[in-house]
Design a protein around this ligand. Structure first.
Ligand code: D5M
Ligand code: FE
Ligand code: ZN
Length: 473
């Protein structure tokens, strides 16, 4: 046995460990650097368990020769728009969508004290009010002029304009997203207009998150843009190789979530063909399959579409259509779901959403930017809606049910699209933006978008500790 290996083994022996002779045999083929790491991890783990013996099993587990079967990897798709998509028609469809949004959100706030005092807009504008009352509705306009902010809200009975004078309240008012649900305490002023003294957004309560019983890890990815010339194939391949490494974290990865823009698509933006390596969707999906099939089969992979992926563009989006690549469906560890989706991983509820609506929100909300995606994600949770703004760049389908309402509070909220990694906690919810595996494109450079490509966001589902691994070459 060479000197370096002996040194590593002495580390364990000095800590009072015994090493079984069969374990020593396996070590002959292991690289010393890896071995040092593995022995340290085993010593740490077994010291916790007060077991001071290293046997063949321990090494095989850490080397990935033998799978750790005690690690849970149970998943459930809790919500997926794919089978619910109906699309009502035209204007009538949008009326239905908005009235469903209004009803769902009114239900969400129904247990707040103020909700007991709600009046319909029609009753408020047709009576001469002396006192404060509460109204609620979807915000149709928001203007800041000189020293006041003006809001316009609609409910099912009518619409009204409300002025915000108070400086602090104006800050809250300016953060409201167009078409989001809001509740306001209003009063009639002497000049006949309404003003507000309190703005209530649906928000989420402080949340006590579900955790995995075992230290299973999930990797959160998005925006691979497979098929595009700027897809960082080498870097992604080196991430995939890491999954088969003896690294103790790699050994515990059982889930990978892909939050959209998995392939680059065709005809998504003008002259896209000049930037494509694979010029058809079929070729892109074949390439995707090639890339993903190198991932160990004990890892479940969830594929959620984004604005570049095949299928309908309008939100909510169904899962990858069957017609393109049957091979993706043949893998038992691949799960194709719609956008947005709620997936439970060992009981941890993960809300996955590509995040296209962020473009419209950043454009219209002061204080929000692409550099800080989790700040935008907070606003989405506060509005309890994933894509409130209608009629801007993000296409929204006239569904009878508004599936973009955040009915259920997630434990992890996973978004992509902005190509910038970010993570944060908001009221007990872990917010993740998973960045990208596409280098900065000429378009992104022209609009000043600096992505953070080649980073894998990895989460321990028991502790919610987040790791960022850098694969940039
Ligand atoms: O979007 C990648 C990034 O580029 C994302 O942060 C939005 C930004 N983007 C996309 N289209 C536009 C336009 N038209 N203006 C400004 N910024 C934009 P992806 O979905 O990968 O193309
Ligand atoms: Fe993207
Ligand atoms: Zn996107």
């Amino acid at each position: 046995m060479n000197k370096e290996v002996t040194q590593v083994l002495n580390y364990a022996l000095n800590k009072g460990f015994q090493i079984h002779p069969d374990a020593l045999k396996i070590l002959e083929n292991v690289n010393v650097k890896e071995l040092k790491h593995i022995i340290k991890e085993i010593v740490k783990e077994k010291t916790k368990q007060s077991l001071f013996f290293i046997n063949q099993d321990d090494l095989e587990g850490f080397l990935g020769i033998k799978e750790d079967v005690s690690l849970e990897n149970e998943h459930r798709i809790l919500s997926d728009p794919t089978s619910k998509i109906t699309s009502a028609e035209g204007v009538n469809g949008f009326n239905k969508l908005f009235s469903n949004r209004f009803s769902k959100l009114k239900q969400i706030v129904s247990n707040r004290p103020a909700a007991k005092m709600l009046k319909s807009i029609n009753s408020v504008i047709t009576t001469k009010l002396d006192n404060y009352v509460y109204v609620c509705g979807l915000l149709s306009e928001r203007n800041s002029q000189r020293s006041v902010t003006k809001l316009k809200i609609d409910d099912l009975t009518g619409s009204m304009e409300i002025v915000v004078f108070d400086k602090d309240l104006q800050k809250t008012a300016n953060e409201l997203l167009i078409d989001q649900f809001v509740m306001l305490k209003v009063k009639l002023s002497k000049n006949g207009g309404f003003f507000t003294k309190e703005i209530i957004v649906p928000d989420i309560p402080d949340h006590f998150s579900n955790r995995s019983d075992t230290e299973t890890y999930a990797v959160f990815l998005s925006d691979l843009h497979v098929g595009n010339k700027f897809f960082m194939e080498k870097e992604f391949d080196s991430f995939v190789s890491w999954l088969s490494n003896p690294d103790p974290i790699a050994r515990k990865v059982r889930f990978i979530i892909l939050a959209g823009d998995v392939v680059d698509g065709v005809g998504v933006y003008p002259n896209q063909d000049k930037e494509l390596d694979c010029i058809t969707i079929e070729e892109q999906l074949t390439k995707l399959e090639e890339v993903l099939s190198k991932i160990p089969k004990n890892i479940k992979i969830f594929i959620v579409p984004g604005n570049h992926d095949p299928g309908r563009r309008a939100l909510p989006q169904p899962a990858y259509p069957e017609k393109y690549n049957q091979n993706l469906r043949k893998h038992e560890n691949f799960f194709l779901v719609g956008n947005p989706a709620m997936i439970s991983l060992n009981g941890v509820k993960v809300l996955v959403f590509h995040g296209q609506s962020i473009d419209d929100i950043v454009k219209t909300t002061p204080g929000l930017s692409y550099d800080n995606p989790t700040k935008v994600m907070r606003q989405l949770l506060k509005s309890r809606h994933l894509s409130p703004i209608y009629g801007s760049q993000t296409p929204i389908a006239p569904e009878i049910e508004d599936m973009m309402v955040i009915d259920e509070i997630p434990d992890i909220f996973h978004v992509g699209h902005v190509h910038v990694v970010g993570f944060d906690m908001y009221r007990g919810v872990l917010l993740l933006n998973s960045g990208t595996w596409q280098k900065q494109t000429p378009f992104q450079a022209s609009v000043g978008l600096t992505p953070t490509p080649g980073l894998a966001v990895i989460v321990n589902l028991k502790t919610f500790q987040v790791y960022k691994q850098d694969y940039r070459i």
